[in-house]
Design a protein around this ligand. Sequence first.
Ligand SMILES: [Zn+2]
Length: 134
Amino acid sequence: MSVTVKTAVDHRPVWPALVRGMACKCPNCGEGKLFRAYLKVEDHCANCGEEFSHHRADDLPPYIAILIVGHILVGVMLHMEMTWTVNPMVYMAILVPLAIVMPLAMLPSIKGAVVALQWAVRMHGFDPANRKAA
Ligand SMILES: [Zn+2]
């Protein structure tokens, strides 16, 4: 029977990591950049050397962005429809650009939070004990 002992060094607090990830910073140190391009995650932190190549954000960030933007825009559309008589072209002029710009603006922060969460809870290869042999 084996017993795993967690030490203070092993502890990765989730909320600070999420805040750092949403700021597109390294979830470990909060100083290094998480992305080298718009949504391209760095291989490792330039400040502390934490490895990021283990992340598997996949389709979760766009799903979350669509979920948030959909709820906001449907609420705005329902409010506009119930409050005023709105020409459908007004919806096209306002809501369609918002439906394009808002998810693109949110995606880096959402992806940063997803990567930070995976790091904090040691998903995939973020836990050396769970890494598969190559
Ligand atoms: Zn770092």
